[in-house]
Design a protein around this ligand. Structure first.
Ligand SMILES: N[C@@H](CCC(=O)N[C@@H](CS)C(=O)NCC(=O)O)C(=O)O
Length: 437
């Protein structure tokens, strides 16, 4: 993917693939809506309640036993919603994932935020309403945490700029990804039971994206299983959050404007803000150094340097790593900065010619971030003194979960018969991502 930007290079689907999933899952809806809109895939219901995702035939396609999963007519299977979105757009609708490096970096920043930073807070608010988790454990904290990331999301991607969408006037896969999570928050039962309300600006954004997405009806009606129907059906499952209203998604004063254009030519002084003992930061630091384009810029997180106004102007989420080119272009989320740097300066680690190869790298990177890292984070940070150890029983559980997650990753991506790395004998972005952990 990557090198094509023109509509006439888009393929027309000749066969229909399947998106295994459920419309009540916000994770599934982005890829499903895109698959349907471009005519490349339709829903194949995977009944999680009945354990369809644990059946051998499903595990064979996705060792992580998760939906969404794309299955094409030739048997090609692809997991992770963001990997599916990139792949479908690259093949069938390149205009939704333009090759322009800075636009693409912004899209990948938004995709990774939605899949990780935002999703990890969103699920603590919304999943109890949907019955996918037990009742809220600490709703006040969950609301406050969600507000922080949603406000940063609005500041970074929505507020203050011209244009309706994350990248301005053009709809992209970032909008397909973000909208279903926001749509869920807007549902009256969700509002009533959580006390969380989407800001007016974000509601307008959702309406604009809905209007641009052909198959938007699926968010409202899917035989009782759409997000709207599913949340409405939970009306009496939890008590209402009496009298509390927390508005989320309010843009700050200094919003980030979308930037277009190539990465700086002959870059030598890019900075990756971070600390070298952070594995999240090490991946992009190593790539920057190997590409010869820059180095680490120490950001003293112990002293709160990442929460200072000058840092927040670069990345409103206040997170390291953050990439800053010597032309001032900034991007957050390690996966997004890896893709930006590789796509511009080290193309051989992120080849674009064959969408299936790119998709495999994307799946490996995203699955590590979503399935392995959260388990790793319960084991290694206590060793490093960054967080207390859990109780012996919990620690034992955490150890087993990490072992399982690593086995799933190795089963999916390391086949010793085909070479040393995720893509045979050629080093890729996936190795940069995984190695530090
Ligand atoms: N990062 C993944 C998350 C997918 C995910 O969490 N899927 C849930 C349903 S919403 C699932 O399949 N759960 C079943 C399981 O983990 O066994 C993605 O974006 O595709």
């Amino acid at each position: 993917m990557g090198c094509t930007d023109s509509k006439d290079q888009a393929q027309t689907p000749t066969t229909q693939g399947k998106i295994h999933g459920v419309p009540a899952s916000a994770n599934c809806m982005g890829p499903l809506l895109l698959g349907m809109d471009v005519g490349a895939a339709k829903l194949e219901t995977c009944n999680l309640m009945e354990g369809a995702h644990m059946k051998p035939e499903f595990i064979k396609m996705n060792a992580f036993h998760q939906v969404p999963l794309l299955e094409e007519a030739d048997g090609f299977a692809l997991g992770e919603s963001n990997a599916i979105l990139r792949y479908l757009a690259a093949k069938y609708a390149p205009e939704l994932y333009p090759a322009d490096p800075k636009t693409r970096a912004r899209i990948n920043f938004a995709l990774d935020v939605c899949g990780d930073t935002l999703y990890s807070k969103w699920l603590l608010v919304v999943c109890p309403v949907q019955g996918f988790r037990g009742p809220h454990e600490d709703l006040n904290k969950a609301r406050d945490d969600l507000k922080k990331v949603m406000d940063a999301f609005a500041t970074t991607f929505i507020g203050g700029k011209s244009g309706k969408f994350i990248c301005g006037e053009t709809l992209t896969i970032a909008d397909y990804k973000a909208m279903p999570y926001l749509w869920a928050l807007m549902q009256p039962v969700c509002e009533a039971q959580t006390g969380v309300k989407l800001s007016e600006r974000m509601k307008t954004y959702v309406e604009d994206v809905m209007a641009a997405v052909k198959n938007n009806e699926m968010l409202k009606s899917a035989g009782g299983w759409s997000l709207a129907e599913h949340i409405a059906s939970k009306k009496d499952a939890l008590p209402d959050a009496q009298g509390v209203v927390v508005i989320v998604g309010e843009p700050g004063e200094k919003c980030i404007e979308p930037t277009k254009g190539p990465a700086k030519a002959e870059e030598k002084a890019a900075k990756v803000h971070g600390v070298p003992m952070s594995c999240n930061a090490l991946s992009p630091i190593l790539l920057a150094k190997n590409a010869g384009i820059g180095d680490i810029e120490m950001c003293n997180v112990m002293e709160g340097a990442h929460k200072q106004p000058e840092f927040l102007a670069k990345n409103p989420f206040g997170l390291v790593p953050t990439f800053e080119g010597s032309d001032g272009f900034c991007v957050g989320e390690s996966g997004a900065m890896l893709r930006y740097m590789a796509g511009s300066y080290l193309k051989e680690v992120y080849p674009a010619a064959d969408p299936k190869v790119t998709a495999r790298i994307d799946w490996a990177v995203d699955a590590f971030a979503s399935a392995v890292y959260p388990k790793w984070a319960k084991i290694v940070p206590p060793v490093m003194g960054f967080q207390p150890w859990a109780s012996p029983e919990e620690q034992k559980k955490a150890n087993t979960e990490l072992a399982d997650a690593l086995t799933m990753w190795a089963t999916s991506f390391l086949d010793s018969s085909t070479g040393k790395y995720v893509c045979g004998d050629t080093l890729t972005l996936a190795e940069y991502k995984v190695l530090p952990y």
